[in-house]
Design a protein around this ligand. Structure first.
Ligand SMILES: Cc1cc2nc3c(=O)[nH]c(=O)nc-3n(C[C@H](O)[C@H](O)[C@H](O)COP(=O)(O)OP(=O)(O)OC[C@H]3O[C@@H](n4cnc5c(N)ncnc54)[C@H](O)[C@@H]3O)c2cc1C
Length: 339
């Protein structure tokens, strides 16, 4: 059975680099180990929290719970056809490592999701997305273990209720399961998505003559490295807020006042507004208060300059949201999970 440790520092286990202590901490490596641990004392009766790579959480104090970091990094092919390969991946597998392995073996579909930090088990939680692609497009199914009793459940794509940075695991079923395995349906033949952001111009600058999934991945990595702060140097959790979605009517009204406000169609009668633009126009881009601030190149990223507490970052984010609300009448919702 997986060993349970006491009073463990989480500082190196969250990309904000926030100091916090978990009352109990454990790292099961297999589903059997996880289930055995959940069904026995001293796990019984304690609140449980699941931690992946810690790249999408803000910890606001010590965690009076059993923190479980699932370490299964296994990977196997479960089915193959002429067009597709179904790959089952353990929840503890690093996401970018999976992307690299798929590229090496010629499996397409997740190259635009290169360099997203974190583990495979967390990818369905907010239906990770970047550069015009979302996990849901290659997702087949997942298995999850119920934290309260160790029962195993399978979920299809429909049952996961994927949306923009959303799934049932982020709202209705929040905190109920640990996702142990994800099955992806990858493509043998690439369907290149190059129209988002600077992908085409970066491929041109790289002098790419023959388009490959490896080249697309490299372009995405270059763009991300130039735009986003590296958490190893400057603590952050990527985009702090989701891009708000408003009605076309509200958008037209705001456009009357702010003619250059950007907006992108987002389903019937809805428009998605870049939260970074709103934050910048509200005067928060590059602003610093004490040990926390918004990144100078990307207003949507809140950073820890070194010694910020989770509460300070939470207060800072509340300041941003209040000013965006009062200037534009738009409510910002955190993408980051608050612990
Ligand atoms: C620099 C940077 C850039 C980023 N860019 C992107 C991006 O382009 N697109 C994007 O979508 N996200 C992005 N993110 C956010 C983050 O990388 C993803 O959300 C990622 O999937 C989080 O994985 P994690 O393992 O670190 O999860 P954690 O941060 O450890 O956990 C996030 C949430 O999921 C829960 N959880 C974690 N693992 C499991 C599991 N196995 N079962 C059940 N619940 C679990 C946790 O309890 C928590 O609530 C970025 C983050 C950073 C720091």
């Amino acid at each position: 059975m997986a060993e349970i440790f006491e009073n463990v520092s989480l500082r190196n286990l969250n990309t904000f680099g926030i100091e916090s202590r978990a009352r109990r901490f454990t790292r099961p490596k297999t589903k059997d180990e996880l289930i055995a641990m959940l069904q026995q004392n001293p796990a019984a009766g304690l609140e449980k929290r699941v931690l992946g790579g810690g790249s999408n959480i803000l910890i606001t104090g010590d965690v009076d719970a059993l923190v479980i970091r699932y370490d299964d990094v296994s990977m196997d092919v479960v089915r193959e056809t002429d067009e597709h390969v179904w790959l089952r991946v353990g929840g503890g597998h690093n996401w970018h490592d999976l992307v690299v392995r798929c590229i090496e073996t010629g499996l397409a579909g997740i190259e635009n999701l290169s360099l997203i930090p974190g583990n495979v088990g967390a990818a369905p939680i907010q239906n990770i997305g970047a550069y015009g692609v979302e996990l849901a497009e290659v997702f087949d199914s997942l298995e999850a273990v119920e934290l309260s009793g160790g029962e195993v459940h399978a979920f299809s794509s429909e049952e996961c209720g994927f949306g923009y940075r959303d799934s049932i695991f982020k709202n209705r079923e929040k905190g109920r399961y640990l996702i142990t395995d994800v099955v992806l349906r990858l493509n043998r033949k690439p369907d290149f998505r190059l129209d988002y952001g600077d992908i085409r111009s970066t491929l041109d600058a790289m002098g790419v003559e023959k388009l490959t999934i490896g080249a697309v991945s490299e372009a995405v990595c270059r763009i991300r490295r130039s735009k986003l702060p590296d958490p190893a140097r400057l603590g952050n959790a990527g985009s702090y807020f989701k891009n708000p979605v408003i009605t076309e009517k509200e958008f037209e009204k705001l456009r009357g006042k702010y003619p250059v406000m950007p907006g992108y169609p987002s389903g019937a009668g809805k428009v998605k507004i870049p939260a970074g633009w709103l934050i910048e126009k509200a005067g928060w881009k590059g602003r610093r208060i004490g040990e926390t601030g918004t990144h100078e190149k990307q207003a949507l990223v809140i950073v820890n300059y070194g010694m910020a507490t989770g509460q300070e970052i939470l207060d800072y984010s509340a300041g941003i949201a209040a000013e965006v609300e009062s200037k534009f009448g738009i409510t910002l919702t955190p993408e980051v999970n608050i612990w």
